[in-house]
Design a binder for this molecule. Sequence first.
Ligand code: KIV
Length: 269
Amino acid sequence: MPTVRDLQAMAGEEPITMLTAYDAVTASIVDDTGVDVILVGDSMGNAVLGHDDTLPVTLDEMASRVGAVARGADDALVVADMPFLSFGADERESIQNCGRMLKEEGANAVKLESGPHTIELTERLTDLGIPTMAHLGLTPQSVNQTGYTRQATGHEEAEEIVDLAREHEAAGAFALVLEHIPANLAAQVTETVDIPTIGIGAGGDCDGQVLVFTDVVGLSESSPPFAEQFGDVRGEVADAVDEYIDAVESGEFPGESHSHTEDELDELY
Ligand code: KIV
């Protein structure tokens, strides 16, 4: 299993790959491919739990999914994404919630959707041995303030991202997710900080890339414009289920190989 230091050593040397997973079986498939980091994203809210956004995801739901992913993954670094309001309001509670992901569920690190309010918390968590990944740009937990549109398109907002990146690095963040910001801004952030930047909709100059699993494999009903579909798992699942229904309806399934008989049960009465 790589440590956050191994990941930092990769920055600028080889691209870091990160993908989300929300259960043990998916995590084991993703892990076997050699992905560097598995993020148990709160994107599970829309990706697999049927919500319209990530806000309803609870700490208990996240804990359960982090435990499953940690059991399914042997080699990748497992990062727990802290859900809306599970951090930031009260320091003690934030630390306990983040610590639970490592202590009880087997995560290796946490991710916080970041802003000025997470600088001190990042420092405290890092001091306590809880590696913390920052997340700037589009932070979906702020959807009610920002929507899902491109972020930092103007000077002031772009400079704020650079400043926040520096401040989170100084606070001890081990890596930085940059979401849906201009590629030239992401490139400047990557130049400015020594910690790895991991982009999503942030161009090709970041140290790594992250996408949501269901978008990548073609399981999502719709995907953001910056995602790429590399497979058609939705189609394959539908085909397999269609075949199963046809086989049951035609009487082809179950066949002899799926059934067993006991001679002494031929005549019960
Ligand atoms: O929740 C998530 O999956 C994320 C990634 C998209 C970065 O935060």
